[in-house]
Ligand binder design. Structure first.
Ligand code: HEM
Length: 366
């Protein structure tokens, strides 16, 4: 690598940041239609522009993460970089969530001073937002029904073609799934994690059942209730252990990830105290943080829209608040990672890993 050069031309703050262009990019449309500019339109524009700038930074991080994650084997360095950049995205998201509060200092009546001039523009047309969604894994087939076509119909040809092309590239969700499927140690020599885990789960559930059955302090009705609850838990685990049941539930939308990758994620979660799994565990945690923060944004935006518009339809033609409420509930990226908690068992019931597995992980069991 050659040494870094010195700059030959003095750098000037405003030129470096292109402030002349940047600060000349706020043009309230109300000025064109009425004598006096609507005061709050400046805030509306600046808040949206601030969002778009941060979206650009998120995409910058996301694209580099996708490149790193594409490697068949991740080095400690790539793990470090991916986790650090996911953390950065997550910190930006926290800031983005707070910006809603700034916009809410504009009252619904202030908004009406210029809202009608914006038709048919809408957040639907934020290409960077849709790029982030698609690259994280929200491709067409996973969107709620109205959303599948709705925003595509409101884009110009160039933007639409660009997003449709982007749908073809691997998303973070897809990369996550194949990384988890490649997880070593699930099956090695005579050890099968699935078998060992299934035994541990059965022992745990049998114990729980005998505790309930032998508890003299429970009424018959309570006992019945708890036994039914345990049966339900057992059925959930059965779905995890049985490929066919799993496939059926996946078809009905209960799982999006493959059974193998879900097991890989569970394995990492269960043995996350082992040094070899600390980075993979942090990576999974960060993805959960990002999904959670995204959902928080959707929720805050939905509530803000309700406050601003009541039940009026959106400028983009959706049902407004109601449509956004549904996207908050359903347009998730890593729902499977949240559902892992269903399948965790206490550390005390965990199967001990045989020495050849811990040796293969380069670890010494305590
Ligand atoms: C007064 C403030 C706002 C109102 C009343 C509002 C209203 C709406 C409505 C009604 C929709 C649904 C689509 C439609 O029919 O138009 C929508 C979508 C959207 N808005 Fe806003 N919005 C506001 C501020 C913002 C801000 C500050 C951002 C930041 C970028 C934003 C980003 C989006 C995005 C990305 C969508 C598409 C969401 C999706 O399809 O899942 N909005 N907005």
């Amino acid at each position: 690598m050659c040494a870094m050069q010195k700059n030959t031309k003095p750098c000037y703050y405003g030129e470096y940041l292109y402030l002349d262009r940047f600060l000349d990019s706020q043009h309230p449309v109300s000025k064109q239609y009425q004598e006096k500019e609507a005061h709050d339109e400046m805030l509306f524009i600046i808040v949206h522009q601030a969002y778009e700038l941060w979206f650009k930074q998120i995409l910058h991080e996301l694209n580099s993460i996708l490149t790193d994650f594409d490697e068949p084997i991740l080095s400690t360095n790539s793990y470090g970089r991916i986790i650090q950049r996911l953390t950065r995205i997550n910190e930006i998201q926290k800031l983005l969530n707070q910006q809603i509060g700034i916009l809410e200092t504009m009252t619904p009546l202030d908004f009406l001073d210029f809202r009608d001039y914006l038709v048919p523009a809408s957040g639907f047309q934020s290409i960077q937002f849709k790029e982030i969604e698609i690259l994280l894994g929200l491709k067409m087939e996973y969107r709620i029904n109205f959303d599948k076509k709705s925003f595509y119909n409101r884009l110009n040809d160039t933007d639409r073609e660009h997003l449709i092309e982007l749908e073809k590239s691997p998303s973070l969700f897809e990369q996550l799934e194949s990384w988890l499927e490649r997880m070593p140690f699930l099956e090695k020599e005579n050890f099968s994690f699935l078998e060992a885990y299934q035994n541990a789960v059965n022992t745990m559930l049998d114990n729980d059942l005998s505790i309930v059955k032998n508890n003299d302090y429970l009424s018959d009705a309570d006992q019945d209730f708890q036994i039914k609850d345990l049966e339900k838990t057992r059925r959930q685990f059965d779905a995890l252990f049985d490929q066919e049941t799993f496939n059926q539930l996946a078809k009905d939308g209960h799982f999006r990830m493959s059974q193998k990758s879900l097991l890989g994620a569970i394995f990492i979660n269960l043995y996350r105290d082992e040094p070899a799994f600390q980075q993979p565990y942090q990576l999974i945690e960060k993805l959960i943080d990002i999904d959670e923060e995204f959902t928080q944004w959707r929720y805050r935006h939905t509530v803000m829209v309700h406050r601003m518009l009541g039940t009026k339809i959106g400028t983009g033609g959706s049902s407004g608040h109601d449509y956004l409420r549904q996207t908050t509930q359903n347009n998730r990226f890593f729902r499977d990672l949240f559902n892992i908690s269903t399948f965790l068992i206490p550390r005390s019931s965990l199967p001990t890993l045989p020495p050849h597995i811990t040796d293969a992980m380069g670890l010494k069991s305590e």
